[in-house]
Design a protein around this ligand. Structure first.
Ligand SMILES: Nc1ncnc2c1ncn2[C@@H]1O[C@H](COP(=O)(O)OP(=O)(O)O)[C@@H](O)[C@H]1O
Ligand SMILES: CC(C)(COP(=O)(O)O)[C@@H](O)C(=O)NCCC(=O)O
Length: 307
């Protein structure tokens, strides 16, 4: 990794020692829950990587709460609840949503009285019909394919605790926004916001999504490995599409498998890889923590921002 100037580079064997006692230890129930979320997840990673990460988030969360209180005292206002927001960025298929859901499980367990919620910015993509209207169907995932105004308004409503807010939903199965279906985000204590675009700086906004973050993570890996994970996920999507003619991948599932995989390789080469190179990777150096993965999603290095 270049440009290490403002990061501590921490090897896995050092990082795993940073977990401190005093936080709820990892139970078998946590591990079972993590495993049910993704049966390929390495439990060694959960213990050695995600538990210290959860502890680091705890440190930032404590600091955030006391800063909120101090500022309210300064202004002689009663401090009102503003959720602590964790952003997770990285390439398509690098494992952002798995990381987000795992952190949601671990944080929920660490703070049984707090409300932890999780959203993905996929729901803020324009629908396929709208992308078509704008001539952007082949640009899905690129910055212009997201309704950034709506995402910023959403973040603003959450941070100002304006009551229940609807988060639109995207389906990988239908390859489109699900009409009239929402997740209700209602005064969480901690909100995890995951998406390829969360650390991007759109040129026409005064405020960025990342301005709302109190802690941010970039999940990083060699693009050659990410392509493999993208294709593995595509094969799983194909295998589950067989029984459902409404599934976007159904025609590929019942057709020639080799042709389908070649199609996915082509989408990766012409869409997701250029998006990573031109728009996602340049945001890596804004994250508080970079989790660097090697083969089989194993995290071997962690970078922690110094300033
Ligand atoms: N830690 C992990 N261990 C094993 N497999 C993983 C891990 N994280 C993600 N995967 C797999 O990699 C693929 C992409 O993960 P996903 O979380 O969907 O990525 P993203 O949200 O970045 O697109 C999926 O097939 C998922 O099962
Ligand atoms: C919906 C997405 C932009 C977001 O990706 P995710 O982080 O959920 O993997 C992506 O999965 C996508 O559909 N990209 C368009 C090109 C493609 O079909 O891969």
């Amino acid at each position: 990794m270049q440009n290490e100037m403002n990061y501590y580079k921490i090897e896995r064997h050092e990082w795993k020692k940073f977990y401190r006692n005093g936080m709820a230890p990892l139970s078998q129930a946590d591990l079972d829950q993590a495993k049910s979320l993704n049966d390929r997840i390495s439990l060694a990673d959960v213990k050695e990587i995600y538990m210290p990460l959860r502890h680091l988030i705890h440190v930032y969360y404590n600091q955030y709460q006391s800063q909120q209180q101090d500022r309210a005292d300064f202004l002689r206002l009663r401090s009102h609840k503003a959720p602590f927001i964790v952003g997770i960025a990285g390439s398509v298929a690098v494992g952002k949503s798995t990381t987000a859901r795992l952190l949601e499980i671990l944080l929920t367990r660490a703070y049984p009285t707090k409300k932890i919620q999780n959203i993905t910015t996929d729901g803020f993509l324009y629908s396929n019909a709208e992308l078509k209207r704008r001539g952007l169907l082949a640009r899905k995932g690129f910055p212009e394919s997201y309704n950034m105004k709506r995402l910023i308004a959403f973040m603003n409503a959450i941070k100002n605790n304006l009551g229940p807010v609807k988060a639109p939903k995207y389906s990988h199965q239908s390859y489109d926004i699900i009409a009239n279906k929402y997740d209700l985000i209602d005064s969480p204590d901690i909100l995890i916001v995951e998406g390829i675009n969360v650390l991007q700086l759109p040129s026409n906004q005064q405020i960025y999504v990342s301005d709302f973050f109190d802690f941010s993570i970039y999940v990083d890996a060699d693009p050659v490995l990410i392509e493999q994970w993208y294709l593995d996920r595509f094969k799983v999507l194909l295998d589950t599409a067989f029984t459902d003619p409404t599934n976007y991948y159904y025609p590929y599932a019942i057709g020639d498998r080799k042709a389908a995989i070649n199609m996915a390789k082509n989408v990766w080469m012409t869409n997701d890889l250029p998006n990573l190179r031109d728009y996602i990777l340049p945001t890596r150096s804004r994250a508080d923590v970079i989790l660097h993965k090697t083969n089989n999603h194993r995290i071997n290095e962690i970078y922690l921002r110094k300033f």
